[in-house]
Design a binder for this molecule. Structure first.
Ligand SMILES: NC(=O)C1=CN([C@@H]2O[C@H](COP(=O)(O)OP(=O)(O)OC[C@H]3O[C@@H](n4cnc5c(N)ncnc54)[C@H](OP(=O)(O)O)[C@@H]3O)[C@@H](O)[C@H]2O)C=CC1
Ligand SMILES: CC(=O)N[C@@H](CCC(=O)OP(=O)(O)O)C(=O)O
Length: 310
C-alpha cells in the first residue's frame, strides 16, 4: 500500500507548491479534501486521521487545531507553520543542521518544518558556535531580503494588485519581535536573541540572508579561512546534504549573489566573505523561500520519514 499524504491547506502558497512537487510521484497517494469542506473541522479530522503523513500548510492556530484533531498513533505530521518549532516532542526539520538530524527526522512522529528566514543563519552560525569560533553570547544581527511570496497569499495579492506601485524594497520587523527569533536562537545555539532585520523585495520568490560578524570584539580572533573551513567541514559531514558551501574567495562583487538564483529548487548555497585586516566577516546564504525555505524542505522531510529517495 502506498503511504497516504494529506496536505492540510493545499490551496495556499506552501501547500500548492508541495502538491506540485508531489504531482509526479507514484510511490505516494495524495488524498485531497473537497475544496468547499477544507475549513470544516469534521472533514479535516477525517482526512488527518486517514493519512500516514499530514503536512500542515496553515496559519499557526489552524495548525495547532489540526494536531489536536489527530486521534490515532499512526498519523505522522510535518508542520510548515511556526507553531511547533521549539515545542517539546517535535523534531526540527532542518536535515543539514546536524549529523544526527536526518535520522532524527526519519524516526520522528512530529516534525516542525523550519521557517524560511532561520535556515540560512542557522546553517552558517551553528557550525561556528559548535567549533568554538563564535561564543554562544555573540550579539548576532541577521539582515536579508525575501520575495513577497514569503508573506503568503495576502502579500502576494497585495503586490499583484499594486503592480508598478508596489515598493521595490521595504524593511520590516521593526518592533524586533520577529516570529523566527526563538528557533534561530535555539538551533544556532545562541544564548541571546539575535536581531532580525528582514526586508521584502519586489520579486515573487527567493531569499538571501546576511550575518555580519565583528570578529575584533572576540578574545581570539578567527581568520576568514578558519570560519569558512568550519562551515565547509560541517556540511561535508552531512549525508545527503542539499547545502553547498562556495569556495572562500576575496572578491568585491559576485554576480551570483542573487536571491532568486535557486528559485524552483531545494538548493542552498553558503558564502563566507572576510577582511582579516579589519577582523570582519559576512556569512551569506541564498535559497528559495518556497523551496528549501518551505515546500522543498517539507518534501525532503517527507522522504526521510518514509525512507524514500529524495
Ligand atoms: N510563504 C512562505 O515563504 C512560507 C510559509 N510558511 C508557513 O506555512 C504556512 C502556510 O503559509 P502560506 O502557504 O504562505 O500561507 P497562505 O496564506 O498562502 O495559505 C494558507 C492556507 O491555509 C488555509 N487556511 C487558513 N485557515 C484555515 C483553516 N482554519 N482550516 C483549513 N485551511 C485554512 C488558507 O485557505 P484560504 O486561503 O481559503 O483562507 C490557505 O489555503 C504558514 O504557517 C507559514 O508561516 C513556512 C515557510 C515559508
Ligand atoms: C515576507 C514575510 O512576511 N515573511 C514572513 C516569513 C515567512 C513565513 O511565512 O514564515 P515561516 O517561514 O515561519 O512560515 C515573516 O517574516 O514573518
Amino acid at each position: 500500500m502506498k503511504p497516504k499524504i494529506f496536505i492540510d491547506g493545499e490551496h495556499g502558497t506552501t501547500g500548492l507548491q508541495i502538491r506540485t512537487l508531489l504531482a509526479g510521484r507514484d510511490d505516494l497517494e495524495v488524498i485531497s479534501i473537497p475544496t468547499e469542506r477544507r475549513k470544516e473541522r469534521e472533514a479535516r479530522a477525517e482526512y488527518l486521521n486517514a493519512a500516514d503523513v499530514a503536512i500542515l500548510c496553515l496559519p499557526d492556530d489552524a495548525a495547532r487545531e489540526s494536531v489536536s484533531l489527530i486521534e490515532n498513533d499512526t498519523t505522522r505530521v510535518i508542520d510548515a507553520s511556526t507553531a511547533h518549532r521549539v515545542a517539546e516532542g517535535w523534531t526540527y526539520g532542518f536535515a543539514e543542521m546536524d549529523k544526527a538530524q536526518p535520522a532524527a527526522i526519519a524516526s520522528a512522529r512530529r516534525v516542525a518544518n523550519p521557517g524560511c528566514w532561520p535556515q540560512g543563519p542557522i546553517a552558517t552560525l551553528r557550525p561556528l558556535v559548535e567549533a568554538g569560533l563564535l561564543p554562544a553570547d555573540y550579539p548576532v544581527t541577521i539582515n536579508g531580503v525575501t520575495g513577497y511570496s514569503g508573506g503568503g497569499r495576502p502579500m502576494i495579492e497585495d503586490y499583484v494588485a499594486k503592480g508598478e506601485d508596489a515598493p521595490e524594497f521595504f524593511p520590516y520587523g521593526l518592533t524586533l519581535h520577529h516570529k523566527h527569533v526563538p528557533e534561530i536562537k535555539a538551533y544556532a545555539r545562541l544564548s541571546h536573541d539575535p536581531i532580525m532585520q528582514p526586508a521584502v523585495g519586489n520579486f515573487a520568490q527567493g531569499m538571501l540572508t546576511v550575518v555580519p560578524l565583528q570578529l575584533g570584539a572576540l578574545g581570539r580572533v578567527p581568520r576568514g579561512a578558519e570560519i569558512h573551513a568550519a562551515i565547509a567541514d560541517h556540511f561535508a559531514a552531512i549525508d545527503g546534504s542539499v547545502v553547498e558551501v562556495a569556495p572562500f574567495e576575496k572578491v568585491e562583487r559576485l554576480p551570483e549573489i542573487d536571491p532568486e538564483r535557486f528559485n524552483g529548487t531545494n538548493r542552498m548555497k553558503l558564502y563566507v566573505f572576510a577582511n582579516d585586516d579589519k577582523a570582519q566577516a559576512l556569512l551569506v546564504a541564498i535559497y528559495d523561500n518556497l523551496g528549501k525555505g518551505a515546500s522543498g524542505a517539507a518534501v525532503q522531510n517527507l522522504n526521510l520519514m518514509l525512507g524514500l529517495p529524495s
